[in-house]
Design a binder for this molecule. Structure first.
Ligand code: GDD
Ligand code: MG
Length: 324
């Protein structure tokens, strides 16, 4: 069977203050009526079974948003590497032999998703490798993984090199050299992924899972994303180019690419002599004579930052957490 595994344990700090620890971005409906998580579940509707993996603090929110799917609760939030090893192992126990399609829940996707996803799953079965989906880059973003395509197997490619979140100069070179962005959307059989994970920083967790001691495994494993832990290291990866429209809703400036207008407004705003601003608010906002700002305000919180520094919202959230 084809099993969709949706990753929904992230915190989405760069979308503060819409995204808060009790309401991370996958539970927000910034652009449509449905939350990103609901949209992801709908998009995966062609799978035979759907699971969502998340941490303890968000399990109830997941059950409320998407009561129809199975929820796998990882013992500790340690990024996508441990989460995927845990979920892959649990699904193999529950479902048996299958092919997994691992989907992030923080993306905007439009167009024909199913064709690419099914193709990735097929390649995963045929190659017994780990398969990722590649997006043609439109700028030299530093927040993504980059994939150098190697040998062409007629529509999918060997991964010659995988580099997670390179610096700006390297990213620019990668774009010139025809690399893909990693969509963060993977396909594998449980045996293929656990084989690769065993030979990675995830190995203490994989051994503990096999011994039936997941909690011990999470104590022993470091926090690491699947991109660093497995994708950068494996020699057995393939990339399937995406045939759909894709955007990562990672930070406030991303909204600009998805909403048109002189200013990008979610909510209600009055702008006078103001252009290039991103306004997202549950209150009425007025901007006069300012350009290229992010103004985001939800509940009792207000954030103002130059659009070019939208990634630095992370710093706000870590300061606030440290003061807690
Ligand atoms: N269950 C669980 N546990 N899910 C998690 C955890 C965790 O500890 N941490 C993150 N997630 C979920 C997020 O909710 C999101 O849906 C997905 O996993 C990806 O995590 P992000 O934290 O958003 O990763 P990223 O955007 O920095 O980078 C990844 O995605 C890029 C494309 O958007 C990488 O795969 C990059 O290589 C890729 O380009
Ligand atoms: Mg992301």
């Amino acid at each position: 069977p084809l099993v969709a595994l949706i990753m929904a344990g992230g915190t989405g700090t760069r979308l503060y203050p819409a995204s808060r620890s009790d309401r991370p971005k996958q539970f927000l409906s910034l652009l449509g009526d449905d939350s990103l998580l609901c949209e992801t579940v709908e998009r995966a509707g062609f799978a035979d079974e759907i699971f969502v993996c998340t941490g303890k603090e968000h399990a109830d929110l997941v059950r409320k948003h998407v009561p129809e799917v199975g929820v796998l609760v990882e013992p500790e939030p340690k990024d996508t590497g441990p989460a995927l090893a845990y979920a892959t192992h649990r699904i193999r126990e529950q479902v048996g032999d299958c092919v997994l399609l691992c989907l992030p829940s923080d993306h905007h996707i439009a167009g024909d998703f199913e064709t690419t996803a099914r193709r990735a799953a097929l390649v995963a079965v045929e190659t017994e490798g780990v398969v990722t989906v590649g997006i043609e880059p439109t700028r030299s973003a530093t927040g993504y993984g980059y994939i150098e395509p190697g040998a062409d197997y007629g529509g999918h490619f060997d991964v010659a090199q995988f580099r997670e979140k390179p610096d700006a100069g390297t990213a620019e070179q990668f774009v010139k050299d025809g690399f893909y962005w990693n969509a963060g959307l993977f396909a594998w059989t449980p045996s293929a992924f656990l084989r690769e994970a065993r030979d990675s920083p995830l190995s203490p967790l994989v051994s503990a899972l096999e011994d039936g001691a997941p909690t011990l495994g999470f104590d022993r494993v470091e926090s690491v994303s699947v991109d660093y832990a497995v994708m950068e290291r494996t020699n057995d990866a393939y990339v399937v180019p995406a045939k759909f429209e894709w955007d990562d809703l990672g930070s406030w400036d991303a909204l600009e690419r998805l909403v048109s207008g002189e200013n990008t407004v979610l909510g209600d705003a009055l702008t006078i002599d103001a252009t290039g601003n991103v306004v997202a608010s549950d209150k009425h906002v007025s901007l006069v004579g300012v350009d290229d700002l992010v103004v985001a305000s939800y509940d009792d919180r207000v954030l103002v930052v130059p659009k070019s520094d939208a990634q630095r919202v992370r710093e706000v959230v870590s300061k606030l957490r440290a003061e807690d």
